[in-house]
Design a protein around this ligand. Structure first.
Ligand code: GAP
Length: 573
């Protein structure tokens, strides 16, 4: 029985979101005046403040008041401490962690154009004349043979994309259509229920043909590198076989720059925590179970950085390594998985665009008893989802590896365990703690929040607005004198000073007296400012101001002396 695919709303325009980000100073291409540098992005004034707000929300809810003060599975308040570790560590760290040997992506080159992409991002566009009932067997046939005469599937063209949704979007591009020989898309591509391929109807010039869009598995590409058409030239035989490419950036320490001086830029912040686990236990009063958080820049030499900041070569992570007794680890894993999902919801990602995806058993590393991803439906992955945060049960893998490679004991003596001694104390138990790791990406977080907040309301004179959560919004409030007369600017200035003193630490407070009030509201809506306070004639007589809600456009009057309390309550500050 086939099930109807769940209808999803049309994705928002990434071009429009990127244009707004540049226009309003959220995100700029790094080295923009030199033409940019692929995979690197800078934040402008609003973006830098927004990202800081996200980082601080994480710090507040994961370190200072972890899990909002909830009790963990052990019945006690969750405890966490921070560290700040370096980007460059001893090169042996990355051998121990497995990054030197195993942190690879399969890479394919176009021999003619020298362009490079990830083999596992390759999607194929195939023409087929098979009736839909036979599709299931046909697709398994294409995996084993791209030239199976029985099912009559022939590779026609290829598109680089990391998800089918992205490939479907790419095919709508007129330039790409020309390259692929597509005259028109007669029936849009839709997901085939419960299968990882899409079907649509396309005209290549000889009438409408049914077409499937399917991942080219790496093995197939190896076997058929000569027949799969290059996504860049459309010609078969132009692709190299996939080769493994290590994602770590390397550098040299000191002036001599020999192989002995080679070091790596960290590909994750997590390892810094494992390296300092013993020092943290020895220097503080934290006892198992507890977490150590680490935020900072990580680097991955991604083969194909793409989708705005989603896959960058330099990005920021916020990772918590939570250490616990092995017998309690599954409970803690579930605790953090659920909390992290709720946390993203609390800052504005609630709704159908956010899901928690539990990995299947065969996706897990041998040491893991569970991994879940918090995934967001980005416009470029829609109707599919992209990873925002991974929550992994890492067992004792990392501490064991570093103990082995460094020769330093990293076990933990737990005085609360073991049999009771005659003097009433416990005998104690020595073990390597298990680790639960909620690993979030702050740049992906900013991107997801921007995509979710981006709204087009055609009924407004300036239709684009950002419905950012007040905690995340870079501008917290704006004060407008309606007119430049009758003492309104002076009252506005006073209110601005008050709000600045109270909330200036949480984000920008703006004062705007230029142009019409409608234009000022529109400017603030587009920047995601949640509240605008306007000083008008009535303020002068009745000591009240209007407060306008960005999302509804509705206005209400509140007392001038109540504005601080009103904003404080809304910002949770
Ligand atoms: N310590 C585990 C770890 O690093 P990961 O899933 O590779 O796990 C965690 O990374 C998070 O870091 C991801 O969920 C994502 O938000 C972010 N991230 C990873 N690679 C990224 C990239 N190239 N660009 C932007 N963010 C990235």
């Amino acid at each position: 029985m086939t099930t109807e695919p769940t209808p999803t709303p049309a994705p928002k325009s990434m071009d429009a979101i990127m244009a707004l980000c540049k226009r309003r100073g959220f995100i700029f291409q790094a080295s923009d005046i030199y033409g940019g540098i692929n995979g690197f992005w800078d934040y402008g004034p609003l973006g830098a403040q927004m990202k800081k707000n996200l980082r601080e929300a994480w710090w507040q809810d994961m370190i200072l008041n972890p899990a909002w003060g909830q009790k963990g599975p052990n019945g006690e308040r969750v405890k966490c401490v921070p560290v700040e570790t370096r980007i460059i560590q001893h090169p042996k760290v990355w051998e121990a962690s497995g990054h030197v040997g195993g942190f690879n992506d399969p890479m394919v080159d176009d021999k003619e154009t020298k362009q490079r992409f990830r083999a596992d991002h390759l999607r194929g566009l195939y023409t087929t004349s098979i009736p839909s009932e036979e599709m299931t067997s046909a697709v398994s046939a294409v995996v084993s043979s791209t030239a199976n005469p029985k099912v009559n599937i022939v590779p026609r063209a290829t598109v680089i994309a990391s998800t089918e949704g992205e490939a479907v979007e790419a095919i709508k591009d007129k330039k790409l259509q020309k390259l692929l020989g597509i005259r028109s898309i007669d029936e849009p591509f839709t997901p085939f229920p419960e299968m990882s391929f899409w079907r649509g109807k396309v005209n290549f010039g000889k009438g409408t043909e049914s077409v499937t869009l399917e991942v080219v598995p790496i093995e197939t590409l190896k076997a058929h590198a000569s027949t799969v058409p290059s996504p860049f030239t459309g010609k078969p035989g132009h692709l190299t076989e996939p080769r493994q490419f290590n994602l770590m950036f390397s550098t040299y320490i000191g002036a001599t720059a020999t192989e002995d001086d080679k070091a790596y830029l960290r590909p994750e912040t997590a390892q810094g925590v494992f390296l300092q686990f013993k020092n943290v236990v020895d220097s503080t009063r934290v006892r198992i179970p507890f977490g150590i958080g680490n935020t900072g820049t990580s680097f991955r030499n991604e083969v194909t950085p793409r989708n705005f900041t989603f896959r960058s070569r330099e990005f920021e992570q916020a990772e918590l390594e939570f250490f616990c007794h092995p017998s309690e680890s599954v409970e803690w894993y579930k605790f953090w998985r659920d909390f992290r999902m709720n946390w993203w919801k609390s800052i504005g990602l609630a709704g159908d665009n956010l899901i928690l995806r539990e990995h299947d058993k065969d996706e897990l590393s041998h040491y893991s008893q569970g991994t879940s991803d918090v995934e967001y439906r980005f416009p470029f992955t829609s109707p599919g989802f992209g990873e925002l945060e991974g929550i992994a049960h890492r067992g004792d893998y990392d501490l064991t590896q570093h103990q082995k490679h460094s020769g330093t004991k990293l076990d933990y003596f737990d005085t609360t365990r073991g049999e009771r001694l005659p003097n009433g104390s416990k005998k104690g138990e020595r073990y390597i703690p298990h680790c639960i790791e909620p690993a979030a990406g702050l740049d992906r977080g900013v991107l997801a929040l921007l995509c979710e907040a981006y709204t087009v309301d055609a009924s407004r004179p300036s239709p684009e607005l950002l419905k950012l959560h007040p905690r995340i919004a870079p501008i917290k409030a704006a004060v407008f004198p309606l007119m430049d007369k009758d003492g309104m600017p002076e009252v506005a200035e006073k209110l601005y000073d008050e709000l600045f003193a109270k909330f200036g630490k949480t984000g920008f407070i703006e004062m705007d007296a230029k142009q019409s009030i409608g234009k000022r509201y529109a400017r603030m809506d587009e920047a995601g400012c949640p509240f605008c306070f306007t000083i008008d004639q009535e303020t002068l007589t009745a000591q009240t101001v209007t407060v306008r809600d960005r999302d509804t456009g509705k206005q209400e009057r509140i007392g001038l002396d109540k504005v601080g309390a009103y904003l404080g309550e809304k910002l949770g500050a």
